[in-house]
Ligand binder design. Structure first.
Ligand SMILES: Cc1cc2nc3c(=O)[nH]c(=O)nc-3n(C[C@H](O)[C@H](O)[C@H](O)COP(=O)(O)OP(=O)(O)OC[C@H]3O[C@@H](n4cnc5c(N)ncnc54)[C@H](O)[C@@H]3O)c2cc1C
Length: 418
């Protein structure tokens, strides 16, 4: 039996790529229901040390019993509903072709040959196809041609069901028994343990849950470190028309990606939370934006297990100097003609939801926390990681479309999968 653990973008992309190879997999999910949710972003931005499960409080309680977890100095989203975070993602589709991959072991050309298959997959999900976009890198501000379409993976799931791909729900995998090739799992409905015998496993739990599963399974692995694109939000004034609300801002040392919201959106997001003064500023033409700093200033999230408890800790990047950054912003405000950044606020580690790089690609390595070019976990047999854990870098722009392109590549180019 070939199992894919997780039913979000990564899990269903993996099942789809396996189907293209003529392989029928079984997708495991803790819940049987998609649960669409519009999150009040600002409530989330203001919350500290938290972790969300969007199914039900009873499911959350059960899963925390299985993997007792405490968070320090970080926050992030988790969803255990069918479809995972696709139920509440922002729907901003980045351009995979321009995704920064200078640290990657994979040549970009190995993605481009799959362009047709990639666009077919986007079409199945309900997202428009993506073409290469030319971007200038010399300017202070470069606009990006991204699009927004809030689709979850339900139509891809329907397609896979038609193609006889199996789905099993109410199952949470606690541990992989590598000796007996078993997935030691809990049935969340009848609260009983169940062992699922496997030939191959693709782990698509999202980087945090993938790390927990592997720490539970590999005795020598007691810590996994994720990278996180540092997130801040700001108020800015638009002085001259911009052709897009998606911008790359280049302050030499400090580059960042900026996603601007309309006044109406910002007011509805922020309404109850902000001061009268800020409300007035927004009405005067100040905009709200989410920004993501260059990966060289990424924060870190370490996932440790101590006795029976996971302790998840966010750590700032020491190279980032807020005073220096402030000076760059001041200079930027003086020199550029288009926008004025009025105020900015750094969020907690994890809040960007651009997470991964925890099991990077290092071919033929003895490192237990690395994978080969195709996502196969080094030092283990028949275990593949297939989510953003395997990316070698996390760019500033939205990561999901690039990550699923990479998963297509990993499954479709792997000659060992039969
Ligand atoms: C608020 C928010 C806004 C976002 N906006 C954007 C955006 O605009 N653009 C963009 O590109 N990206 C965005 N993202 C990121 C995007 O949502 C994620 O990159 C993507 O959904 C990750 O998909 P995934 O399948 O890897 O993980 P998930 O969606 O987390 O799916 C993991 C699945 O695995 C299951 N699972 C986990 N552990 C186990 C286990 N032990 N056993 C069985 N099953 C398990 C979970 O239940 C879940 O179904 C956003 C994220 C958030 C939170």
């Amino acid at each position: 039996m070939i199992y894919v653990i997780g039913s979000g973008f990564s899990g269903l992309t993996t099942a789809y790529a396996l189907y293209l190879r003529g392989i029928k997999s079984t997708v495991i999910s803790p819940s049987e229901k998609f649960k669409k949710n519009n999150i009040n972003l600002f409530n989330y931005l203001l919350k500290n040390n938290n972790e969300f499960y969007y199914n039900s409080s009873s499911l959350k309680k059960e899963i925390l019993k299985i993997n007792n977890t405490k968070l320090l100095n970080c926050k992030y989203f988790l969803s255990h509903s069918d479809g995972g975070q696709s139920n509440f993602w922002g729907g901003v589709v980045g351009n995979s072709y321009n995704y920064e991959s200078k640290n990657s072991k994979i040549r970009k050309s190995s993605f481009f040959v799959l362009k047709k298959k990639y666009n077919l997959l986007l079409n199945l999900i309900g997202l428009p196809k993506i073409d290469r976009e030319k971007i200038e890198k010399k300017n202070y501000i470069n606009t990006r041609n991204y699009f927004v379409k809030k689709k979850n993976v339900s139509s891809l799931k329907k397609f896979l069901i038609k193609k006889k791909i199996s789905f099993i729900s109410n199952i949470y995998v606690k541990k992989i028994d590598f000796i007996n090739n078993n997935l030691i799992s809990y049935n969340l409905k009848n609260k009983e343990m169940i062992n699922l015998s496997y030939n191959k496993v693709f782990i698509s739990c999202g980087p945090v849950e993938t790390a927990k599963l592997l720490i539970n399974s590999i005795s020598k692995l007691n810590r996994v470190t994720l990278k996180e694109t540092r997130h801040f939000y700001c108020f800015l004034k638009i002085k001259k028309n911009l052709s897009s609300r998606f911008l790359d801002i280049n302050l030499k040392k400090y580059k960042f990606y900026c996603q601007i919201y309309s006044n109406k959106d910002a007011l509805s997001i922020l309404y109850k939370k902000i001061s009268q003064k800020t409300k007035k500023e927004l009405k005067k033409g100040y905009y709200f934006a989410q920004c993501y700093l260059d990966e060289k200033f990424s924060g870190k999230i370490t996932i440790n297990k101590n006795k029976n408890k996971f302790i998840i800790i966010g750590k700032e990047n020491k190279n980032f100097k807020i005073d220096e950054f402030r000076k760059y912003i001041k200079k930027f405000n003086k020199k550029n003609q288009k926008i004025l950044i009025k105020k900015f606020y750094f969020n907690q580690i994890g809040a960007s939801n651009h997470l991964g790089c925890s099991f990077p690609i290092i071919n033929n390595s003895n490192k237990i926390n690395s994978v080969n070019t195709f996502g196969k976990l080094n030092k283990q047999k028949n275990i593949y990681l297939s989510d953003s854990s395997v990316l070698n870098s996390i760019d500033t722009s939205p990561l999901t479309s690039f990550s699923i392109f990479n998963l297509l590549r990993m499954v479709l180019h792997n000659k060992d999968i039969k």
